[in-house]
Design a protein around this ligand. Sequence first.
Ligand code: GDP
Length: 310
Amino acid sequence: MITVLSGGTGAPKLLRGLRRLVPDADLAVVVNTGEDAWVSGGHLSPDTDTVLYLCAGILNEETWWGIEGDTFACHEALRELGQDEFIRIGDRDRAVHLTRGDLLRSGLTLTEATARIADRLGVGVRVLPMADAPYATHVLTDEGRLHFQEYWVRRRGALPVRSLEWEPATPPPASPETLAALEGADAVLVGPSNPVTSIGPILACGGVREALREAFVVAVSPFIGHAPVSGPAGALMAGLGLEPSSRGVHALYRDFCDVFVQDAGDPVQVPGAARAATLMTDPASSEALAAAVLELAGERTGRPRASRAR
Ligand code: GDP
């Protein structure tokens, strides 16, 4: 089994390639839930949903969130009624959030609710929220402390980042399913997701770093030079006093990472790092990077490269 640590853009792009090489049944994805929020009565879990929709073949791959071809009638109607819904939630996407909310209110854990939804969407990959208890990312700005969604969606990431905080201050334990997926993996792949707001919360969950130190881990950098491929990772890393580059990412992963992969064109040198073309602009480039990563994992674990599944 291959287990991937994922946020909602970089790692899902790698997963798109992996799914062309590894059967879904042999893949598990541990997703960040630090950006989860209750919105308009539904439970939004943006990274989980991106991974679910990708694996169900319904993801909008232009934006890497939401369902392709979705409509926004409910969102528009809510705004006409004066509701301050600052996240544009599609109608079918909302149906998933409402279902998740209902399942949680009926007493299911987040892991159980996710499995139920995955099943209904026909998803064969094991999609595992990092923890069953909340652990929400907040950004400290001059205008106060904002939930990550407020900072990134409502304020469009336009405020200088002073620091980050998580709520509650003590991270929850990783879910038992997450720890089992890390412990049982032939290799763990840390996708090129935001190291601070996507991978960081997963690493903080109780038991994850310890499990990763025992696993064979290949991590892909989301940086080329001193800028991330997309998104706020640079400002967030700087806000935590970290170098916004592959070197800074490597420093965060050093204690558990066996192979660190940076872009072939990255001018920043990380000693010992492997190099590959990491820009995934289409399914073919995702597959090429996935093949390179599997090769690195296979070489070092001595296991044969995963066979082509489709
Ligand atoms: P979020 O949950 O939407 O913030 O998304 P992630 O954390 O999963 O991914 C955001 C990160 O993905 C950013 O730091 C980007 O630099 C990185 N990223 C996006 N596309 C690519 C790509 O094609 N290649 C690489 N190497 N990184 C990428």
